[in-house]
Design a binder for this molecule. Sequence first.
Ligand code: FAD
Ligand code: PYC
Length: 417
Amino acid sequence: MQKFNAFNLAAKALRGHKGWDKQWRSPEPKKHYDVIIVGAGGHGLGTAYYLAKEHGITNIAVLEKGWLGGGNTGRNTTIIRSNYLYDESAGLYNHALKLWETLSADLDYNVMFSQRGVMMVAHNVHDVQSAQRHIHANRLNGVDNVWLTPREAKAYCPPLNISKSARYPVMGAALQRKGGTARHDAVAWGYARKASALGVDIIQNCEVTGIDRAPSGEVTGVQTTKGAIGAKQVGIVAAGHTSVLMEMAGVRMPLESYPLQALVSEPVKPCFPCVVMSNAVHAYISQSDKGELVIGAGTDQYLSYSQTGSMHILQHTLDAICELYPMFSRMKMLRTWGGIVDVTPDRSPIIGKTPVDGLFVNCGWGTGGFKATPGSAHVFAHTIAKNEPHPINAGFTLDRFRTGRLIDEAAAAAVAH
Ligand code: FAD
Ligand code: PYC
């Protein structure tokens, strides 16, 4: 009771100070932006860059709870490809692939994009049928993808074990020659540098804790750990945490968050020439320019916000890698990590407007949004600037989960989840 009285006295004294009452009751934003982007991953920073560069909107803040590229952008296995099944996806991922080809020049920063080819190996009859279906659909959409026999697959990737007695026999593979890899954190830094040079504010260690709305419903800004910030438009690009943020605006999302993990080996001389994915055995592998083997697993089987993954998932992935590439069985692991991915029911992203005026969302990339970074950012910037979707992301609405017009990419997503 004494404490309570003391608090009351202190509060009374403070109220004498000019402005105290106002601050206590409603933290009015001191700073106002045209656009706030929540999340400084590749998609968020890229969105800010294209808003500034292509739409002349520079009064933008990108708010990040941690550090630039510290989310999935800096944690992924950097695989880039566009061999998805549906027309909408071919449009989106091929748009991204074209932007990748000129991104280093555009950003004046080397993102180390390397089109060394992505091979997706078939280990059973179902895999063969599914891969061939994708190849036919891709070719109709102008996406390069060809079928390789086991011998042709081995010629493209000599370490691959194509022995008929292998536990995971290779029955053929789909090869997208234009697929490859890029340096993930360079993508975040390249976009950040250019956006910043165009006048965008990038604020790290600034977690968004609330979304402010006017009585008439539209967005007016955000609450953060650094105080309130006003904005006419807010774009949420916070992979893994989208549901939490959208809940702050009263919007429920069709998303589930899972840990997805990867690892690198000790560095060795160049020995692995391309990217190989084996969906049926939950393992994919390439070699970085530093010489490390970059190996990824499937998602954990349960929902979590933990940035690590279960040990048994990793163990299974390494068993599969050693079976498929016996020469790697004596290599040592250097480090392992995880990220949190948000997954939609149809394994395709949501990019567009929301039921709240002025609030936009870009999410649901699941295990595969790195490849889309430039394309996603480019069309999301258009959506925010024009308040309507770009033709390329017109199908990727939140509304499709109500209408049933899904874009089912479960097979093309290619990573077990
Ligand atoms: P992020 O880079 O995660 O950025 C979102 C940011 O939002 C984060 O920095 C986070 O800190 C921030 N944030 C969250 N909440 C808040 C808040 N309240 N306030 C402020 N900031 C907030 N994709 C591929 O295409 N190819 C691959 O090979 C591939 N491999 C992968 C391997 C692993 C292990 C993982 C985890 C993912 C992989 N992905 C891959 C998926 C890919 O990494 C993601 O889809 C993509 O990077 C998402 O980018 P982003 O910019 O949307 O998200
Ligand atoms: O979508 O290509 C992909 C991918 C590879 C590893 C994780 N996702």
